[in-house]
Design a protein around this ligand. Structure first.
Ligand SMILES: Cc1cc2nc3c(=O)[nH]c(=O)nc-3n(C[C@H](O)[C@H](O)[C@H](O)COP(=O)(O)OP(=O)(O)OC[C@H]3O[C@@H](n4cnc5c(N)ncnc54)[C@H](O)[C@@H]3O)c2cc1C
Length: 395
């Protein structure tokens, strides 16, 4: 890449064009700002790999009630976001089909009972199902299913259609997309003045949004303390499709999560007959190789719950890197250390779900307006990592 010596200007520069960066760029452009987004590989990253579940209830973890409040608030924004994006560009495959969680053995049943009690205590919308009831709702389920939970508000979006739609919507809103890495954020008198790209070119701007997913802590130029503490958390995931266009029989009609001898697997059916089967959660640094063991275990567990999956074609096995933070919560909001820097990262397992809420919060931060109250526990500054030298490569 050669420097043209050019220096563009924009009201805001967004570093990263995953679901977070693109959603921010679209909302900022709609709010009347001139926006530049830089990413050497736009609309890929974890956002391309993901399953697209919008599932606050079935994703809930013990002790993460603040995150639950945030994810529930995020889920409430999805109807409007999907409708507006479809009108601005193209449909995003948002399906309000709910999620079934099923248990396969006695230990899984006990785990599911405890989860049900916890979710009821939290006042979540969830219903207990016997095995028979679960199979009546979803005939593709194995006769071995012991019991289940029905979470009618946990929906899904086709994450790849979503990215395509966001690219189109940003393009038609005047957002400039540069297919280049950002090497460093540039500062003047302690405030953001723009970014330096890998080519050496600069984009001048009073606001920079750091949305580089699991690589957000690798951007140069920022002082100690201003970088977010995010790390890559590997997820391997599969996509299955009808063989030769022939459906193998009744497949699932809604997202199914199965607890199989203590392991968790999910199956997300798309409208086109394909299904997504995921996902591993691994601490492997920046490794994105697909392993035989992961493919085996995902298929083994998924077909215990939904036997007809065995007859489908294996179309894709891929790994992505979730941006994980120390408390599994996102890192969103204005930096307390650098004026003009806004962080939008650390979305871990819920980045697709959290994209609309994050985008609106970031635009509010740029405009100097308050953040949504649900984001209050997830501000930047609650944990940080040491600064990298300005010359540190981002990719
Ligand atoms: C297997 C798997 C399944 C998942 N399932 C779900 C799900 O069902 N529901 C859900 O809500 N979430 C899910 N997630 C999580 C979700 O995918 C992430 O939280 C989300 O995609 C994060 O979006 P992002 O835009 O921050 O990061 P990414 O999508 O990773 O995008 C970051 C972008 O930054 C760019 N970049 C990096 N460095 C630089 C640089 N120096 N300069 C410019 N650009 C840079 C990258 O090229 C990339 O395009 C899943 C993730 C995985 C891996």
């Amino acid at each position: 890449m050669h420097s043209t010596g050019e220096s563009r200007r924009a009201d805001v520069v967004v570093v990263g064009a995953g679901v977070i960066g693109l959603s921010v760029a679209w909302r900022a452009a709609r709010a009347g700002m001139s926006v530049v987004v830089a990413d050497p590989e736009p609309a890929r990253g974890a956002s391309w790999v993901a399953a697209g579940m919008l599932a606050p209830v079935t994703e809930v973890q013990y002790g993460e009630e603040a995150l639950l409040t945030l994810t529930l608030a995020a889920a409430r924004r999805w109807d409007a976001f999907a409708t507006e994006l479809a009108a601005a560009a193209a449909p995003v495959g948002y399906r309000r089909t709910g999620t079934l969680l099923v248990a396969m053995d006695e230990g899984d049943r006990a785990w599911t009972e405890a989860l049900y009690a916890y979710e009821r205590e939290l006042g979540l919308e969830v219903q207990w199902l016997t095995g028979r009831h679960a199979r009546a709702m979803e005939p593709a389920l194995s006769p071995g299913v012991r019991c289940g939970l029905w979470a009618p508000g946990d929906h899904q979006v086709h994450n790849r259609q979503l990215l395509g739609s966001l690219l189109a919507a940003t393009g038609s809103s005047g957002v400039v997309l540069l297919e280049e890495a950002v090497d460093a954020v540039e500062l003047a008198a302690g405030a953001v003045s723009g970014v330096r790209l890998a080519s050496g070119d600069c984009v001048r701007s009073p606001a920079v949004v750091l949305a580089a997913g699991c690589r957000s802590a690798l951007i140069g130029g920022l002082p100690a303390g201003a970088l977010p503490a995010v790390r890559p958390v590997k997820g391997q995931i599969l996509r299955l499709g009808p063989r030769g266009g022939v459906s193998p029989g009744p497949g699932p009609t809604r997202s199914v999560r199965a607890i199989v001898e203590g392991a968790s697997v999910y199956v997300v059916p798309r409208e086109d007959g394909t299904v997504v089967v995921g996902a591993t959660v691994e601490e492997q640094g920046f490794d994105t190789s697909v392993t035989a063991g992961a493919v085996y275990e995902l298929l083994r567990d998924a077909r215990r719950a939904l036997p007809a999956l065995s007859e489908m074609a294996l179309e894709e096995a891929v790994a992505g890197l979730r941006p994980g933070s120390p408390d599994n919560g996102p890192v969103v909001g204005p930096s307390p250390d650098v004026e003009g820097l806004v962080l939008a990262t650390g979305h871990y397992r819920n980045g697709i779900l959290l994209a609309p809420l994050t985008a609106d919060a970031v635009v509010s931060a740029i405009e100097g307006r308050p953040q949504p109250p649900e984001l209050e526990p997830f501000g930047p500054g609650r944990f940080t990592v040491p600064a990298r030298p300005a010359s540190f490569g981002a990719q």
